[in-house]
Design a protein around this ligand. Structure first.
Ligand code: HEM
Length: 88
């Protein structure tokens, strides 16, 4: 969650965070996380956030979190896939 919060605050300038996010991908592959797990986990995270932030949950907040999660998930999945490809 704190990684995502940092991303939400840096959506306009993700470059400094990219190396850390790329490294998360292969680590998650090591936790046995598959690309197909990212969708359900993202939905659960949004559901929990909406419940926690009820008063301040706006369409803008929702789309910022969705964008942050989608960006992170894509970078992580791509990085994990690159590692898999190198192993073959
Ligand atoms: C944008 C998506 C995600 C982010 C930003 C994220 C972030 C993190 C971070 C920062 C850690 C701490 C350990 C580390 O740095 O390697 C972690 C651990 C972990 N994550 Fe994620 N994660 C994401 C998606 C997922 C998904 C889809 C799963 C699938 C269930 C998952 C399962 C795990 C597991 C099993 C651990 C290890 C927990 C432990 O052994 O203590 N994560 N994640």
């Amino acid at each position: 969650m704190s990684t995502l919060a940092t991303v939400v605050q840096s959506l306009d300038n993700l470059d400094p965070m990219l190396p850390d996010i790329v490294a998360l991908g292969p680590r998650h592959a090591g936790y046995n996380v598959k690309a197909s797990d990212y969708g359900p986990v993202g939905e659960a995270m949004l559901w929990a956030l909406e419940a926690c932030l009820r008063g301040s949950w706006t369409p803008e907040v929702e789309s910022a979190w969705k964008a942050a999660y989608a960006t992170l998930a894509k970078v992580m999945i791509d990085a994990a896939g690159t590692l898999e490809a190198k192993r073959v």
